[in-house]
Design a protein around this ligand. Structure first.
Ligand code: ADP
Ligand code: NI
Length: 213
């Protein structure tokens, strides 16, 4: 197997049973979108780092694995085995541990290298548009969260633990998803993010119209 095939196989294995909206096809789509960003913005980066970080970005996430520290150690060992250099391994692990929305909003904000900024935008595009709507509903179902409850108010979130407290799928649009285009790092990410947000705004309009009947 080539290095690339080994990465894909690892992502496939780790994300096979994922049932909160972070499965293998989300990882694959993140890699595809990252490629698209590189091309559209004509960026000069280490594409290998981008590709690997995109496929593996959720493998060490506390949403996907019970033991994030162990998953990180295992992943580091695997990357060395696949013959990534010590420096590349450090870069990939840094990117995927500092990628997430919650970390950026509530953690100690770390400046990502350009490779990481690209993967971050690709991951955020995946949270928007038709796919993003489905993922938010799917995540909600997996976490026992309601679709809609007008008595639960939209929160202005201050901490990661607060963010992880259940809300509703509809509230999630306002608490996170609609904020994403503003946070994009790349030109294509922002452009495509705004298009996808427009689709969600129209979806929300239709949703509220249905509520009034
Ligand atoms: P990150 O890993 O960047 O912190 P999240 O865990 O917030 O990102 O989001 C990953 C996916 O799960 C996104 O598609 C997001 O919409 C969905 N998600 C996260 N939290 C919620 C929630 N409270 N309700 C609905 N969907 C959620
Ligand atoms: Ni992701």
């Amino acid at each position: 197997m080539t290095k690339i095939e080994q990465i894909i196989a690892y992502a496939q294995d780790k994300l096979m049973n994922e049932k909160t909206g972070h499965d293998f096809y989300h990882a694959r789509q993140t890699a595809v979108l990252a490629q698209k960003i590189i091309k559209q913005d004509q960026l000069s980066v280490n594409e290998f780092i981008v590709f690997t970080s995109a496929y593996l970005h959720d493998v060490i996430d506390d949403k996907v694995t019970k033991n994030a520290e162990k998953a990180l150690r295992e992943l580091g060992d695997f990357l060395v085995e696949v013959t990534y250099s010590e420096d590349e391994v450090q870069q990939i692990l840094f990117i995927i541990t500092h990628l997430s929305f919650s970390d950026e909003m509530f953690g100690e904000k770390k400046e990502l290298p350009l490779e990481g900024k690209i993967v971050q935008d690709a991951d955020r595009l995946e949270a928007l548009g038709a796919g993003g709507i489905l993922r938010a509903a799917y995540f909600s179902g997996a976490h026992g969260q309601k679709i809609y409850d007008p008595t639960i108010k939209v929160r202005k979130l201050q901490s990661k633990s607060e963010y992880r407290q259940p809300s509703t799928t509809i509230n999630h649009f306002y608490e996170k998803l609609c904020l994403l285009p503003e946070l994009m790092n790349t030109t294509y990410g922002k452009q495509e993010g705004l298009k996808r947000k427009k689709f969600m705004d129209d979806f929300l309009k239709q949703f509220y119209k249905e509520q009034e009947i």
